[in-house]
Design a protein around this ligand. Sequence first.
Ligand SMILES: Cc1cc2nc3c(=O)[nH]c(=O)nc-3n(C[C@H](O)[C@H](O)[C@H](O)COP(=O)(O)O)c2cc1C
Length: 184
Amino acid sequence: MKALDALHSRISFPKLNDPIPEQEVLDNIYKSAFRAADHAVLRPWRFLVIKGESRARLGELFVSAASTDRPDITEAEKLKLRDKPLRAPLILVTVVSPREHPKVPACEQELSAAAATQNMLIAAYAQGVGAMWRTGSMAYHPLVMAGLGLDSHEKIIAFVYIGSINAAAKNLLEVDLKTRFKEW
Ligand SMILES: Cc1cc2nc3c(=O)[nH]c(=O)nc-3n(C[C@H](O)[C@H](O)[C@H](O)COP(=O)(O)O)c2cc1C
């Protein structure tokens, strides 16, 4: 797919199936992260690769985090949390690891990690691979962050769900460029 076609038509795919894309396809996705705009080229990110049984461990981590907040959580709610990581065969967790820099505040390093994540979504789409950026309360829960091995200065930017597409692409929303781009 041409770069502009991918940029103009990328969409999220909420339902993703096996199989996990081949390693060469994944490597293309991973490499794209490193072409994100990145002030001072700090590359202030790292990615956790979660697949197979590890997805169930992530689901249990979600359950134990939610249960700590709400000991009366229902079995149905636990089941829903357990199922979340099973919505795709592969999950990449974008972790921002900001470091002290005289010109690049931590908020800019988070933006770079977000740009890296967006690049990966586009690289997936360009190769016919489905992807979806998800966060939700679990992405910001201290027990989830600790359980995933984050250091105290790190944050989760995204859970990127990746897999094979099994649904028709949705229609793209129209955009009126004139209302969004105005001469100043
Ligand atoms: C920071 C961020 C967090 C997101 N978190 C969620 C989420 O928790 N659940 C979800 O369904 N979509 C999430 N999304 C995806 C958006 O819902 C999706 O991009 C939006 O609906 C537009 O659809 P499209 O990507 O197909 O254009 C998130 C996107 C971003 C950038």
